[in-house]
Design a protein around this ligand. Structure first.
Ligand SMILES: NC(=O)c1ccc[n+]([C@@H]2O[C@H](COP(=O)([O-])OP(=O)(O)OC[C@H]3O[C@@H](n4cnc5c(N)ncnc54)[C@H](OP(=O)(O)O)[C@@H]3O)[C@@H](O)[C@H]2O)c1
Length: 288
């Protein structure tokens, strides 16, 4: 089992492609990221393959980083439409394929990507136990799971869920309200935030912000970025980082300057007062 500690900012490999993708990964390594997030479906498998090439070209790198991958979303192919699939057969087959693409013997973290409505908790727990005992995974977690889905899975599994990777950003604050972050604090689960700067750097998935909302948020961010001598999107990262659940944002930019600059958010001494001011700007009303 690796003795490497996960960096607070993880690097998300969903968008890496070609030489620019390799450059992005190497920039992230140099900037101090030690946790790299994958999924079997990213780029249809090409993101893991590219990362495997970087590992082969960089002797000693594997021992300095932690690799995380996910499965349970099946894209449509010639024989089947898109499906969520957390069957034993799919999980074991997918992890073996990820290991082969990455060219490694073990995933440090393996996550179930999305809750499968037909999930059989015992079957998932059995597959995870099998992967753990064969040494193919070191730790286990989930992504986009609700509190009750984690409770169900945990009730069937001796392996602790150590991560829940969910969307959290200035636009999507569901995790602040639906108990996910409370559960993370209570059980020592690390919440990882995907699309952490959505709603600030670009419109979030399913954007519901009006032009008026966006203008109000921008105005507040302009005040805060001047105060902290930084940029809007770095304030958006700081906004996640001070939450007591210990949110770990997944940085998915492939621009070297942004990958490096994101780490400066770790040094922003962001205040509780400004956290609430940005929340109020987002909501368009004061907290009651
Ligand atoms: N579990 C899940 O269901 C799930 C879903 C989505 C993502 N993820 C994971 O989360 C990671 C991060 O997600 P993401 O890649 O969508 O998020 P992201 O870090 O917000 O980056 C998304 C896009 O926004 C652009 N961007 C980033 N910072 C910017 C800035 N300051 N100004 C303008 N544009 C900016 C990037 O473009 P450039 O590349 O051109 O800089 C990138 O294409 C993924 O790589 C993946 O590992 C997980």
């Amino acid at each position: 089992m690796s003795s490497i500690r996960p960096s607070r900012l993880a690097y998300g490999c969903m968008r890496i492609e070609g030489d620019a993708g390799k450059r992005a990964v190497r920039t992230a390594v140099d900037a101090g990221y030690t946790l790299f997030d994958h999924a079997d479906i990213y780029g249809g498998g090409t993101c893991e393959t590219l990362f495997g090439e970087v590992l082969r070209e960089s002797p000693g790198l594997r021992e300095k980083i932690l690799l995380q991958s996910k499965c349970a979303v099946r894209f449509a192919d010639d024989s089947s439409p898109a499906r969520y699939d957390s069957s034993r057969e799919h999980i074991i087959g997918s992890v073996n394929a990820s290991l082969a693409r990455l060219g490694v013997e073990q995933l440090d973290l393996f996550l179930i990507h999305r809750p499968d409505y037909l999930m059989q908790a015992d079957e998932v727990a059995g597959a995870v136990a099998e992967l753990k005992s064969s040494g193919k995974i070191a730790h286990f977690g989930v992504s986009n799971f609700s509190v009750s889905q984690i409770e169900l899975l945990q009730s069937a599994s001796d392996e602790p869920v150590v991560v829940n990777q969910v969307e959290i950003n200035v636009h999507n604050i569901d995790a602040l309200k639906n108990g996910v972050l409370d559960q993370c604090q209570r059980l020592g689960i690390t919440p990882q935030a995907w699309c952490p700067v959505a709603g600030v750097a670009y419109p979030a998935w399913g954007n519901t912000f009006s032009d008026e909302d966006t203008a109000r948020i921008r105005a507040e961010l302009a005040i805060q970025s001047e105060k902290y001598n930084t940029e809007d999107w770095l304030i958006a990262l700081a906004w996640l980082l001070i939450h007591p659940a210990g949110i770990s944002p997944l940085v998915g930019s492939t621009t070297p300057e942004r990958i490096t600059a994101a780490t400066t958010a770790l040094n922003i001494d962001y205040s509780r007062e400004d956290w609430y001011r940005l929340l109020e700007a987002r909501n368009g009303q004061s907290v009651p």
